[in-house]
Write a new protein. Structure first.
Length: 428
């Protein structure tokens, strides 16, 4: 049994798509288990950049089964657009499987997402306004529409008319905005259903059958642990569970079937949207890293907030996700800095704490405690082993590993596949 989960250890945008693509080469099945088209991952193949939001990175291989699990929320229009994008670039989607238990993002979810974000004003969370949160809300309230419902025209119409009566009342009475028309949505979504129908199945069966057969299965998380609705910086979080435990619920795979968890981190830290960020650098250093690392959101295009590597955050991710190996990305971006810093703890009311507080008020009073290390100027983009790294760069990786409590499994020195280097076995 060779199962590997890839999770982000920070606030997303750590380079999980690239690492998943790298690990997918040896996998036979690749699965997403949470989130929706609010997630974005970029993959470089033969110097060409590809962007995906819902479909697993393994789709660029002809022989990989790619699964969209039941824990995801699916915008059919966006998914079909992504399928067409893959076809237009010369790749196939014959091996794509979509869970019949996944929930569907409807137009009213997107409308409500935007209206609520506008209503909050200065207290906004910073959502992508793609309807993710409202779709998960309906799922929890047992008022959602699943892919299985979409495949049954009569059932879908009945549910849609009932739900939209409620949603239009909400849109009109609470937000003072005109409601949506049912018939155009019904017609559009029934057309979507026919396009997606060939891909729809019980993906839990697909995954468990492959695991039981000894196949190498890779689970691809979206966002990051610090955006997890339970373990992240609540309420500045996503509406699902990017932690490794999310695989069990979002893919329909039991916890005894997970063997390895690879935590992905940048050599620094980034965040998109609002919320606490103890190591944020709103200065020339932050600007320098942002521009050199091209730190702008894949999905939103928003400039990412930038800060030093935070070992408190990554230790938290290790604890709540059971991380067994660390993949450290973007080491090349740090080249040229005279001094580099790693956050080792937080100073709170005169005392140093080594854990990530749940209280936002407490976090606001925390000051990052740093360990300073000498930087490096040597080009690392051609490095293919730890031994080839400049001494200062290697020492930096060693301290990141020591302070995080996670052994380095992979390190990356550039955007391309061949610049990703495996240090220890992954599929075991």
């Amino acid at each position: 049994m060779s199962t590997v989960v890839v999770v982000g250890t920070q606030w997303g945008d750590e380079g999980k798509g690239k690492i998943t693509d790298f690990l997918a080469e040896s996998a036979e099945v690749v699965a997403r288990y949470q989130g929706g088209n609010n997630a974005g991952h970029t993959i470089m193949i033969d110097e060409k950049k590809y962007k995906l939001h819902m479909i697993p990175s393994g789709i660029f291989y002809d022989n990989k089964i790619c699964v969209i699990g039941n824990g995801m929320v699916i915008n059919p229009a966006a998914l079909i657009e992504e399928i067409n994008y893959i076809h237009d670039n010369g790749f196939k989607t014959d091996n794509l499987r979509i869970s019949d238990r996944a929930h569907v993002i409807m137009p009213y979810h997107m409308v409500l997402d935007g209206l609520e974000e506008d209503r909050k004003g200065a207290n906004k969370i910073g959502t992508t306004r793609k309807g993710i949160g409202p779709a998960y809300m309906d799922k929890a309230a047992r008022n959602g529409i699943r892919i299985a419902d979409l495949m049954d025209a009569a059932e879908f119409e009945m549910k849609l008319r009932r739900i939209m009566e409620e949603k239009n009342q909400l849109i009109e009475s609470v937000y003072g905005t005109r409601g949506l028309e049912v018939d155009p949505i019904l017609e559009e979504y029934l057309a979507f259903a026919e396009i997606l129908r060939p891909y729809v199945t019980d993906t839990s069966v697909v995954l468990n059958d492959n695991i039981d057969a000894g196949k190498r299965v890779l689970f691809e998380g979206a966002q990051g642990v610090m955006l997890d609705i339970d373990q992240g910086t609540y309420p500045y979080v996503t509406s699902s569970n990017p932690t490794a435990g999310g695989v069990c619920i979002g893919a329909g795979v039991g916890p005894t079937k997970i063997r390895q968890v690879i935590g992905v981190a940048k050599a620094y830290t980034t965040r998109v949207g609002d919320g606490p960020f103890p190591t944020e650098q709103t200065n020339e250093t932050g600007d320098w890293i942002r521009e050199k690392g091209h730190e702008y959101g894949t999905t939103t295009g928003r400039p990412r907030r930038v800060g030093w590597f935070d070992s408190v955050v990554v230790r938290h991710a290790r604890r709540v996700s059971g991380i067994t190996g660390l993949s450290l990305n973007s080491i090349d971006v740090m080249t040229g800095l005279e001094t580099v810093k790693i956050c080792t703890g937080y100073k709170y009311k005169g005392e140093v704490i080594d854990y990530y507080p749940a209280s936002l008020n407490m976090l606001a009073e925390c000051e990052a405690v740093y360990e300073e290390l000498p930087g490096w100027t040597e080009d690392v983009t051609g490095v293919r082993s730890l031994d080839e790294l400049p001494a200062n760069a290697r020492h930096y990786l060693e301290r990141v590993s020591q302070l995080s409590g996670i052994p380095i499994a992979i390190f990356s020195v550039g955007r391309n596949r061949e610049q990703t280097n495996q240090v220890r076995p992954i599929y075991v």
